[in-house]
Design a protein around this ligand. Structure first.
Ligand code: 8DG
Ligand code: MG
Length: 138
């Protein structure tokens, strides 16, 4: 991380993000590629998005996967929460394993999606905060 003045960091609001490690029946994990024009654009991510004001994180998880992938979540459990300070933004990645879904995931917003073997995840370029998620999955 670049240097960010400590008092500036303290005043920042943290963006709460619902993040899904979607496990297929064959054990592969679903990745999506972030659009170029967005924060962390062009990098691979676990699907998900911002928790809205007054929204419960579980609701956000279900809503984001319906919006982004057109699937329904049936089984999920918490994995890890990661607070990370990017130079321009602070996030709380509220990360869940989704082990049951209904429907076949589609890149509903034009994003590339790909099922990846756990052992091959290291070949993909992720945002910095994801390192901890990748470690938690080992
Ligand atoms: N979904 C997701 N976001 C991640 C990951 N790693 C990571 O640093 N982020 C960051 C990037 C963004 O700053 C933020 C998520 O925002 P987002 O752009 O996905 O939010 P969203 O789906 O609600 O989209 P929008 O509000 O821009 O339309 O979290 C990840 O693995 N998955
Ligand atoms: Mg998103």
């Amino acid at each position: 991380m670049q240097n960010i003045e400590p008092d500036k960091l303290e005043r920042r609001k943290v963006v709460h993000v619902a993040v899904a490690v979607i496990l297929g029946e064959d054990g592969r994990i679903l990745l999506a590629r972030r659009p170029e024009n967005k924060h962390m654009g062009g990098l691979w991510e676990f699907p998900g998005g911002k928790v809205e004001a007054e929204e419960d994180v579980k609701h956000a998880l279900n809503r984001e996967l319906r919006e982004e992938l057109d699937i329904k979540v049936t089984t999920f459990f918490p994995l890890i929460k990661i607070r990370h300070d990017y130079p321009d933004k602070s996030v709380l990645l509220d990360t869940w394993v989704v082990s049951g879904i209904q429907g076949e995931p589609k890149g509903n917003e034009g994003q590339l999606i790909q099922w990846v073997e756990k052992g091959n995840l290291i070949e993909y370029e992720f945002p910095e905060a994801n390192k901890v998620i990748l470690m938690a999955l080992q």
